[in-house]
Design a protein around this ligand. Sequence first.
Ligand code: NAD
Length: 340
Amino acid sequence: MAKVRVAINGYGTIGKRVADAVVKQPDMEVVGVAKTRANFEAEHAIRKGYPLYVAGDGKASEFDAAGLKLAGTIQDLLGKADVVVDATPDKVGRDNTKLYDAANVRAIFQGGEKADVADVSFSALGNYAAAKGKRRVRVVSCNTTGISRAVAVLLPRWGVDHWDVALVRRAADPSESKKGPINGIVPTFQLPSHHGPDVQTIFPGLPISTSAVVVPTTLMHVHVNRVRLHRAPESLAELVGAFRAAPRFHVFAAWEHVDGTPQAMEFARQRGLGSGDMLENVVWENGVGLDGSDAFFFQGIHQESVTVPENIDAIRAMFDLAPDGPTSISMTDRALGLRA
Ligand code: NAD
């Protein structure tokens, strides 16, 4: 079967990782990436063999001046693609829908867009089947992806009476120098925060409430979860075992002395998958607790990469390339070097 031809529009933190993940898959290929600016990332794209196109308000002359060879414009690229992964900054994706409609190309959007940009919001563990055959899919944000994965583990096993998450959010990505805070903890004065309703786009009606603070770190988000389960797990070991058995979870044992996000990301850098990424939810074995039917756990979410495998599964669902979610997840994870 011919491979699905994937274009990536917006070649930043998410876009470049999605491109690198697509080329590893047996059933899809990168036909090109589109950027607005000539910079080191554009040069990397060319070095990796991704045809480079100019998008948005970008100027071909700027690329020419930098000696970066363009293959054409975003319109040219869309003409060669079956699907475009839009990884442009928040809200730019919505503007791009006109472009994608005109080219009659399917599109995947990211979590910086509102849910109504697409036919369906997507989490591979949460609602894979809902994206089957769809033309517009939104991969939910890093935080929503992380929470949805955890819901997919606990909800079918024990049921959920109430889920409460306090999100400790990273201030910026490591490559960003214009965001903050660099000192202080900034509460998000929207209570409950938008994350709960976003999780409900994947799990309608889930009783969940969320609140958030932003802290001066770039490594990961951390979620502090308290879940009142409908039925109590038999033991703490059974609860930890459910996370251990789930795809896209990495449980650090106590003996590993991964005390927090610095060691988790050091592990990821040394492991060398993606761009030194932690694509799984990080759960600490000694950070899981059980009190009757109340489950407690911390999870770390590497914002730059957790949604990357989800983009791959979204493509597979849209083009019906796998019979079900578990098959797609296993194909994706094997190709990315994750435990499959
Ligand atoms: P980014 O700023 O790192 O990358 C966006 C890229 O798009 C940049 O290279 C920018 O120059 C380019 N761009 C700007 N306007 C464009 C246009 N009109 N056409 C083509 N390219 C254009 O952003 P990001 O962090 O990769 O975020 C992309 C999307 O992914 C957003 O919706 C964001 O909310 C979502 N997301 C980000 C993270 C994260 O932590 N970085 C995590 C999950 C989801």
